[in-house]
Write a protein that binds this ligand. Sequence first.
Ligand code: NAD
Length: 454
Amino acid sequence: MSLVDLISPLDGKVFSQINSASAAETDLVIEKAAKSFENWKKVSPGDRAKLLRNFASVIDLHIEELAQLEVKNSGHTIGNARWEAGNVRDVLNYYSAAPERLFGKQIPVPNGIDITFKEPLGVVGVIVPWNFPMPIAGWGFAPALAAGNTVVLKPAELTPLTAIRIGELALEAGIPEGVFNVISGKGSVVGARFVSNPKVRKIVFTGSTDVGKTIMSGCAEQIKRVTLELGGKSANIIFADSDLDLAASNAPGAVFDNAGQDCCARSRLLVQRNVFDSFMEKFEVAVKEFQVIDPYQDNSQMGPLISKNHLSRVKGYLTDQTQIAFVGSAPSDEGFWLAPHVLIPNSLDDKSLTEEIFGPVVSVVTFEDEADAIKIANNSNFGLSGSIWSRDIGKAIRVSRAIESGNLSVNSNSSVRYWTPFGGYKQSGIGRELGPDALDAFTETKNVFFDTTR
Ligand code: NAD
């Protein structure tokens, strides 16, 4: 057993310790999940559905406890943390309908009958980052369990507490021992073992693009199935014909929510040149009103960053050469605080426009027309999310079809709805989570032909 300290971003102090599992401990948990698969896949669809609904109900009874834990461990605002715990409940409820609807097909063929079956894969390894510990875990484990797989889940080193508690709540809800397993530890040890242990049949990884590449090449060794949800550098495009008041008042939340530690953060703000000045005036007011305060307060809109290291990494983008348009406010207390920053980059190649900063920093550029906006928006290796603000619906449709990105919103900055698919183009990932089709990522299609001529 090897214990590591957990440090709260709120005050920079150690508040708990947690086991960091070894490769051997990881193998034991994988073995347990593999054994449990033999029984879990045989649980009748109705019973599996009922167990998932129970799991959702037990989570519902613990929303406040989970939310408080997340504020302490991750520095999220209490409002966000309640939403995040509620999202786990909702995603479980949504996929609880799946076991009884996991339909195959009957396909017309000559000389017989042809049927397809959706069969579970086995043990699914879910690897989670620190920025949204609860929802991202749920997007992996809920559909995986619904499809009849067992799960080994590794939370991020910095934020394991809510995942561990959710693992306990699964048992309370009657999910059989060994079906849903949470194991904390290092990515290079526990996560890497998920990739190399052949008993894990699929990896669902959410995290940085660099680690995603390592995981993908590791999975190639065994042709292991993989879903990757990676980084982003999304554009928030403000056309001159948009409701500028609405677009400007919503723009801070689009990038500074969760202190900008959001793969969908609209960290590139593209404003049509002829409304740049009026937009920036309104945007400045909104940034200065953005409530970066104690995250336990109900009106808090942003808390501290996750860690000292991450804070200094983000500050690395704020050098003497950086042209800062304006800055919001943040407490000067202990903890990893950084005020929202609005930058005006020197060129379109500036690293503040090309690299994922993952902090409360947005870069603003101007564009001339529709074609220019599309060109700038697509000038990125990423393609996860983005927004288009315009009252011209034809233009909004054309632009949303032209942008190489998996999740776009028109006159809105929200990216995630559990009813709809979520995932990235280009280096933002492979595969889709959530929505009705996510189950395809957790099943194999088996085709069986019955010869009726003999
Ligand atoms: P990270 O890549 O450092 O770590 C993510 C997880 O992978 C952690 O649990 C870590 O322990 C594990 N890991 C690290 N090295 C590993 C290895 N060699 N083998 C197996 N597992 C390993 O990412 P992070 O810093 O925790 O999270 C921030 C990143 O996550 C950002 O780039 C962000 O954009 C991305 N993200 C993407 C989405 C999405 O849905 N596209 C959502 C949230 C976050």
